[in-house]
Design a protein around this ligand. Structure first.
Ligand code: FES
Length: 507
């Protein structure tokens, strides 16, 4: 399967056992779901099972985005700890979020057992460990607040991970699975239930109305409702100022001693490391993630992999790093995702975004919430996670910071004199921004010495893209759009490719 970068994730060797459709002519659907990752596929299946006529479209292929690159931890503890939720949203709402996590894991378990999806699902304990005094205070808060909202967490004497720590806490009833096998299993059920999946079908515009006119790269689809399950909605929207794009890095290592941890693990560093074990084709792998940074803000993304590998070798007897890859996530400004009506659109256009590092749980919960709203007219999570909500005061400083980053890139990066360079000294596989006759362009030299140039201005709202050497992509530092070296759009919110520049006309 394909993904949105050149690194290969541990899940990418899987093949689908369903067939995508071509775009059916002049059929009216109840719902069009845009994006065939965990959110879109879960939502589409629940709606189809509830009797709605659904069409699921993806600009690329199923699992192309973050679902194909997640490490698929299934937790009842979120990146936003319950003590922060209690402080900002109240204890009842924090309890509701705890229920949401349990419901998401419950739905995944039911899907797997009802439909016999073979996706290496396993229930595991999760261990959170504090590495210094500051982290230990945070661990106390995490334990107290989790227990308050009904997620049992207990202190233990020993850490099953070979990492020295002050204290370790155990959260039971966590789980893990192979996200791509699960996704493909859901798609098979969806298609067998009469749903249509159309790949390589990019939605370019939705004309509002009681019946939406959805313009795609393959033709027009009419539907009574639309769900954007594209990780971040395309176009320019309020949510781009309430969600910040981040990259996270993963290595999968073979160990010399077969001492693979039997659990899920997390330290409390900023950003934190996350650990799990996965067997693929009869071999165990230790999967470690971390080294997160804002998309487009790391000069040399290779250093993220180097730090992660060094971290793995410090604590484990690593034989080889077999896989390494990165993927994108969106941090919501107030700590909770945005699931419901898409701001600035009619009340029949929906969105789910801002999952932080809890994509599998929130993607599944979004399916439950959106299908409830579309089938029953309401969901108990609707008010709390409303994308139009006013953010609580506690999130405001973060919001200003994210906004300030955007403004900085808009104003200065496009005209930075620092980046004026000749492109002829590029090594093969390297890229850089080049100023030439008043234009800033992104130039990449391929393995054969061929040069590929693009206009470095992101078509979303005109920030300047930055080169991601690991994934060989142009990444936008403002809202996370990503493009191949040829300028082809990989990740929303942009809806267009970077403009290609014919270098023969420039020289
Ligand atoms: Fe918004 Fe590039 S993603 S300007």
């Amino acid at each position: 399967m394909e993904r949105d970068g050149s690194c290969i994730s541990i899940w990418q060797s899987h093949n689908s056992d369903w067939t995508a459709a071509s775009l059916p002519a002049s059929t009216e659907y109840d719902v069009i779901i845009i994006g065939a990752g965990i959110t879109g596929v879960t939502t589409a299946l629940l709606l189809q099972q509830a009797g709605k006529r659904c069409i699921l479209v993806d600009a690329a292929t199923a699992g192309f985005g973050t679902t194909g690159g997640t490490t698929a931890h299934l937790n009842t503890i979120y990146d936003t700890p319950y003590h922060r939720m209690i402080k900002d949203f109240g204890e009842e709402n924090a309890k509701l979020m705890a229920l949401g996590a349990r419901s998401a894991i419950g739905l995944i378990k039911n899907n797997i057992s009802n439909h016999h999806i073979d996706c290496a699902f396993a229930e595991k304990d999760g261990y959170i460990f504090s590495l210094d005094e500051t982290q230990d205070k945070e661990l106390t808060n995490i334990i107290d607040s989790a227990n308050r909202v009904g997620v049992p967490v207990e202190l233990l004497q020993t850490n099953p991970f070979p990492i020295p720590c002050i204290r370790v806490a155990r959260v039971s009833e966590q789980a893990q699975f192979d996200p791509v096998l699960y996704l493909f299993g859901l798609i098979k059920i969806f298609v067998e239930a009469g749903g249509k999946l159309v790949e390589h079908c990019r939605v370019e515009e939705i004309k509002q109305g009681e019946v939406l006119e959805v313009h795609t790269s393959l033709g027009i689809v009419n539907a009574r409702a639309a769900v954007y399950a594209t990780h971040i909605p395309p176009g320019v929207n309020l949510l781009h100022f309430r969600c910040a794009p981040y990259r996270s890095y993963v290595v999968a290592a073979r160990l010399k001693d077969e001492e693979y941890p039997p659990a899920l693990g997390y330290d409390l560093n900023e950003p934190y490391h996350y650990y799990r074990t996965q067997m693929v084709d009869g071999l165990n792998y230790l999967v470690i993630g971390g080294e997160d940074h804002k998309t487009g803000h790391e000069e040399n993304t290779e250093t993220c992999f180097m730090k992660l590998e060094s971290h793995a070798r410090t604590f484990f007897r690593v034989e080889e790093i077999a896989f390494r890859w990165s993927s994108q996530f969106y941090e919501p400004v107030d700590g909770l995702p945005y699931i419901g009506n898409l701001p600035g659109n009619g009340d029949n256009v929906y969105v789910a975004t801002g999952y932080g590092g809890n994509g599998m749980i929130y993607g599944t919960l979004a399916g439950l919430i959106l299908s409830n709203i579309l089938v029953n007219g309401e969901s108990m999570y609707q008010k709390l996670l409303d994308p139009n909500r006013l953010k609580p005061v506690a999130g405001f400083s973060d919001f200003v910071k994210e906004g300030a980053d955007v403004v900085k890139h808009l104003v200065t990066d496009r005209f930075s004199a620092e980046k004026i360079k000749e492109f002829t000294d590029l090594a093969r596989g390297e890229a850089k921004l080049v100023k030439y006759e008043g234009h800033v362009m992104g130039v990449y030299k391929d393995e054969h010495g061929g040069l590929h140039a693009v206009n470095s201005t992101c078509p979303h709202v005109k920030c300047t893209v930055a080169w991601n050497a690991s994934e060989q992509s142009w990444d936008c530092p403002c809202h996370g759009s990503r493009f191949s070296y040829e300028g082809i759009m990989l990740t929303a919110p942009a809806v267009k490719d970077l403009q290609k520049i014919d270098l023969s006309k420039q020289t």
